[in-house]
Design a binder for this molecule. Sequence first.
Ligand code: IPE
Ligand code: IPE
Ligand code: MG
Length: 236
Amino acid sequence: MADKEKICRHVAIIMDGNGRWAEAQGLPRADGHRRGAERVSDVMKAAKKCGVKYLTLYAFSTENWKRSPMEINAIMSLLGEFLDNKLPDLQKEGISLRTVGRTDELPSFVRKKLYRVIDATKNNKNGVLNLALNYGGRAEIVDAVNKILTDKSRKNNEITEADFGRYLYAPDLPDPDLMIRTSGELRLSNFLLWELSYSELYVTEKLWPDFGEEDFIKAVESFGGRKRRFGGREEK
Ligand code: IPE
Ligand code: IPE
Ligand code: MG
C-alpha cells in the first residue's frame, strides 16, 4: 500500500494559459503557444529528476477546433516544429513518444512527423512522453465502446472495469498519480475522464509559459505529502 500511495510514476498536465500569457504582454496568442511549447523540455527534465516515468501532456482537445483557423494553424505548425526538433533529445534520453486522441484527424503534415517520431522512439525504455492530441475524454470512452461493439473475438456480453480499460487509447500506461493544471481553472476540460478517477489534483495560478522545472518539482513534492485512500480508511 505504501508504494501505491507515494510513488509518482505518471503525471498528467493540462498545459493551460498560453493565450492569457500572450495577451498580458500585448503579443499574439501564437507567441504564447510558442513559449508554451518551449516549456516542455523543462518539464521533461524535472520529470526525470523526480523519477516520473510517464508524462501525459494535454496539447490539443477535441473542442479546440472551435478556435480561429489562424490559432489552430499556429498550434499545428508549432507541433510540427516540436516533432522535428525533439527527436534527438528523445533518443538521447531514451524516451518513447506516444499519443492519445483521434490523431487520424490531424493535418497530414503533422501526422507524418508524428508517426515518424513514434516509430523511431518505440523501443526506448526510460520513459514515455504521451501527447494528448485531438483528445477528448468522452471521445475516448465512445471510441472504446465502438471497439467493443466491433470486436468479433469477444465471447460474452458482460464487461468488467479491467476489460473496458483494455479498449482505451493507452491500456498499458498506469493511471496518472498526479494531474496538474496551470492557470488556475478548476475543471477537467474533458481530460482523461476515466483515468483520473483516483488521481491527486494540483492546480496552480501560474500560466503554462511561466511553469518551470521548480514548479513541477513542487507539485510532485506536494503529491508526496498526500494521503491516498482509494475509498478505504487511513491506516494508523
Ligand atoms: C492552452 O492555452 C493551450 C491550448 C489549449 C492549445 P490556451 O490557449 O487555452 O490559453 P488561455 O486559456 O486562453 O489563456
Ligand atoms: C484544455 O484547455 C485543453 C488544453 C490545454 C489542450 P482549454 O483552454 O481548451 O480549456 P477550457 O476551454 O478553459 O475549458
Ligand atoms: Mg485555456
